[in-house]
Ligand binder design. Structure first.
Ligand code: ZN
Length: 261
C-alpha cells in the first residue's frame, strides 16, 4: 500500500512524496523542483530517498534533482522523459513502459502539450488508481500550452479523461481556486461546480490542499475536459463570436480565454 503526501515548495507547487507500508524507511518524490523542503521532510520523518519521478523539464519540476542525488549519496533511479535537456535521468521512458515505485508498477503515459516531453505516471495496482500528471491536468483546469498545440493538449487530456473515474490525480500546483473562478465564467449555471468551489474554499481556508482530485470529479466541473458539452461549446462560441462545430476548437478557444482571464 502506498501513501502520498504533499511537500509544498515555492509559491504553489506540490512535490508529492510516496511511501510504502512494505518499505517504510524509503520514499520516492515526484518533480522535486527544490531540494531543501524535500531534505527537511526526509530528515523529519527518518526516510531515505529511494528514487525520483520526473514529468517534464521545467525548472520548478527538476531544479532539486542534483542536490537530492548528492544528499541521497547513492545510485537511486531517476525516471523521466526522453529529453536531453534534463540531467541525471537514469531511465528515459516512453508510452506504455513501466517503472517500479516501492514495489508498485506505474505505467507511463505520454501527454504532450504543456511541453513536448511531458509524461504522466499511472498505476491501477493499488487500492485507488493513482496518477501523477505534473502540469497537464489540474483540479478545475489544465496546463498552459507552451510547446505543443491545442490538438495535442486536447488529445493528452482526453487520454487522462478516459482513465477510471475513481482515479486520484496528483497535479503539481495548487491552482484550484483560480481555475474554478474561470470554470464558473464558462459554466455559471453548474451546480456541481458551485458545490466544488465551496468545498475547495473551505479546504484552502484551513490550508489543506485541494489535491488530489478524481477524474470523475473533473469530468463534471473542469471546462478543459468538457469541450464536448453543449454549455462549454456555447460559452466558447460567445467568446469567439462565431459558431464552432469542432471539439478541439472549443478547447483551443477556452484555453486561450483562460490565458487572458
Ligand atoms: Zn511546467
Amino acid at each position: 500500500m502506498l501513501s502520498i503526501s504533499p511537500i509544498p515548495a515555492f509559491n504553489d507547487n506540490y512535490i508529492w512524496l510516496i511511501t510504502s507500508a512494505e518499505q517504510p524507511e524509503q520514499a520516492f518524490v515526484v518533480d522535486p523542483g527544490d531540494s531543501e523542503p524535500v531534505i527537511q521532510y526526509l530528515k523529519d520523518n527518518n526516510l531515505t530517498l529511494g528514487g525520483i519521478l520526473i514529468t517534464h523539464h521545467h525548472p520548478d519540476h527538476v531544479g532539486g534533482v542534483a542536490n537530492l542525488l548528492a544528499f541521497a549519496g547513492n545510485n537511486i533511479p531517476v525516471f523521466g522523459p526522453h529529453n536531453p535537456k534534463i540531467e541525471h535521468i537514469t531511465r528515459k521512458l516512453k508510452e506504455g513502459e513501466q517503472v517500479e515505485v516501492l514495489g508498485t508498477a506505474f505505467s507511463v503515459l505520454e501527454v504532450p502539450g504543456h511541453t513536448l516531453d511531458h509524461i504522466a505516471f499511472y498505476s491501477d495496482k493499488i487500492s485507488e488508481p493513482t496518477l501523477f500528471c505534473g502540469d497537464t491536468l489540474f483540479a478545475g483546469g489544465c496546463g498552459r500550452i507552451f510547446e505543443g498545440n491545442a490538438a495535442q493538449m486536447h488529445a493528452s487530456l482526453d487520454k487522462l479523461a478516459k482513465l477510471p473515474s475513481d482515479t486520484q490525480f496528483y497535479a503539481a500546483h495548487e491552482y484550484t481556486l483560480g481555475n474554478l473562478k474561470f470554470a464558473k465564467a464558462v459554466e455559471p449555471e453548474s451546480e456541481a461546480l458551485q458545490q466544488y468551489i465551496e468545498e475547495c474554499e473551505a479546504r484552502r481556508q484551513q490550508n489543506i490542499p485541494t489535491l488530489p482530485s478524481s477524474i470523475g470529479n473533473e469530468l463534471k466541473i473542469n471546462p478543459f475536459l468538457r469541450s464536448q458539452q453543449e454549455s462549454v461549446r456555447r460559452a466558447a462560441e460567445s467568446r469567439s463570436g462565431e459558431a464552432i462545430s469542432d471539439e478541439v476548437e472549443v478547447f483551443r478557444v477556452t484555453r486561450e480565454w483562460k490565458d487572458n482571464f
